[in-house]
Design a protein around this ligand. Structure first.
Ligand code: AHR
Length: 506
């Protein structure tokens, strides 16, 4: 099969906001305890944070990490996680039917973010709590000393405000599973009033209001319309979530998920435009896709804990999906979508970062290892920064029941002007045939391949593990040729590639 792609230096979608390569850490399973935090671990620092995990996170160059939930935040008292550790209460976590020791709270998380070189994106509890607690939390984190909450923060060891800009107004409030679930009207009113109070404290905060938990939600997309009508003037982003799964073991449908993702984003972008017009606003609200990933491998094994059959365990192994090679293709396609939608998606978080549906796994007391999906995220985060190109793609298609016609080729292109590079991320969705791709490079000269990474495996179900961490990993690609204003590259069946070119403009 053959596909052709045209890249023109003036056909640009948008400057990519680097924050589309964000991640998420929730007090859930072993994400925090024996994930990032394990005081007895041989690599632990003075704060009890694992050095091996911190290094893997640093390598991903994640711009911000969303915290502390997720479903967890909707019944969380942030005050439980401050002050001397020995005085912190153990609470029952209603979202995941576990115990929360509160040994990690906002101070420990903030220090960890400093260590790994990332910013915080914090969520307030608008489930079991409301405006007052949200306001107090924001003042505790960002307020000046000389006021009640700022002084308390200083007493707990931190005088300087953290100056966190990104604040999520609750989590998945459209979901009936959420503690304190609300109708769109109820939530819209509460989020609007909370946003007003937070803005009265600091106009420069970036506020994120909850959109849909999935495009399959019965309330979608009406939820977005109603919530935005209540909040349009006081928020900056609307949050969307979506997880992909291959329960029915149908790879062509599975790999069509990002086509559905793209439609989801476009629909919400249109809803934003509708509300903007209706409210006669000058403001541009954009999308924060702050939970996305593959999530299904662990569903069965999690049931007993979620049903409470084990009581209230502390940090059990929950949502520990072990990703296979097929999931590499899926994650790569989703990242391509975020690049292609970078005009409206300004924030995104892979959910999650460590142990819980995560690219990084740990053994308590042992090593940390990379899942298969670590790699496409790594390449996009490191090399997918710059301007997203509006590629003209001509690819053969297949029909899927999930999303109609789906091109075999999924591709995104990023120009980094400062570095003088063009980077293409390519996936061949076909499991039967290789795809010969001709990329015409218009307005660029002197193209030279400087990096070519290939991920391919004879077994779609191949996984990595602590014992065999390199079973699925990238290899140096070969055969990509940049000549006479074009790039030719051959994609083996079911493969992912990154091709980077150094270019001049001409
Ligand atoms: O990331 C796991 C869970 O998925 C989050 O807690 C919740 O927001 C979503 O349903």
């Amino acid at each position: 099969m053959r596909a052709s792609v045209t890249a023109h230096r003036d056909y640009v979608i948008a400057d990519i906001d680097n924050r589309i390569y964000g991640a998420f850490l929730e007090h859930l399973g072993r994400a925090i305890y024996t994930g990032i935090y394990e005081p007895d671990h041989p690599t632990a620092d003075k704060n009890g944070m694992r050095g091996d995990v911190a290094q893997l996170v640093r390598d991903l160059n994640v711009p911000m990490v969303r915290y502390p939930g997720g479903n967890f935040v909707s019944a969380y008292n942030w005050e439980d996680g401050i002050g001397p550790k020995e005085n912190r209460p153990t609470r029952l976590d209603l979202a995941w039917h576990t115990s929360e020791s509160n040994q990690v709270g906002i101070h420990e998380f903030a220090d960890w973010c400093d260590t790994v070189g990332t910013d915080m994106m914090l969520a307030v509890n608008l489930g079991s709590r409301g405006l007052e607690e949200a306001r107090n939390f924001v003042e505790y984190v960002n307020g000046p000393t000389g006021s009640y909450w700022g002084d308390l923060r200083r007493q707990n060891g931190r005088a300087e405000p953290w100056d966190v800009k990104l604040w999520c107004l609750g989590n998945e409030m459209d979901g009936p599973w959420q503690i304190g679930h609300k109708t769109a009207e109820e939530y819209g009113r509460l989020a609007g009033e909370t946003a007003k109070a937070l803005r009265a404290f600091d106009k420069s905060l970036e506020l994120i209001v909850c959109g849909s938990s999935h495009s399959n939600m019965p309330t979608y997309p009406e939820w977005e319309r109603v919530v935005l009508e209540h909040t349009y003037e006081s928020v900056d982003h609307i949050s969307l979530h979506m997880y992909s799964s291959n329960h029915d073991k149908h790879t062509p449908n599975y790999l069509a998920h990002n086509v559905k993702l793209e439609t989801y984003i476009s629909t919400v972008a249109s809803t934003i435009d509708y509300v903007k017009a209706k409210t006669r606003s000058k403001r541009n609200v954009t999308i924060s896709f702050d939970e996305w990933n593959v999530w299904y491998h662990s569903h069965k094994q999690d049931r007993a804990i979620l049903d409470g059959k084990h009581g209230w365990p502390h940090a059990p192994a929950l949502l520990e999906d072990i990703y296979n090679f097929e999931d590499v293709l899926q994650v790569a396609c989703c990242l391509n979508t975020f690049i292609r939608k970078s005009d409206v998606v300004k924030l995104a978080c892979i959910a999650q970062l460590v142990n819980v549906i995560a690219p990084i796994m740990t053994e308590p007391g042992g090593g940390a290892w990379k899942q298969t999906t670590y790699y496409p995220f790594y390449f996009a985060s490191l090399f997918g920064r710059g301007r997203a190109l509006n590629l003209l793609v001509n690819s053969p298609v297949y029909e899927s029941s999930l999303a109609g016609d789906v091109p075999y080729l999924d591709v995104s292109g990023v120009e980094n002007e400062a570095e003088g590079t063009l980077t293409f991320f390519l996936v061949n969705r076909s499991g039967d045939e290789p795809l010969e791709v001709d990329l015409s490079l218009q307005g660029y000269t002197d193209a030279r391949v400087v990096d070519h990474q290939l991920m391919v495996h004879e077994d779609l179900n191949a996984v990595n593990s602590a014992a065999n961490p390199d079973n699925v990993r990238p290899q140096t690609g070969s055969g990509a040729k940049a000549e006479g204003g074009s790039l030719t590259v051959s994609l083996p069946p079911h493969s992912y590639q990154m091709v980077r070119l150094s270019v001049s403009k001409g």
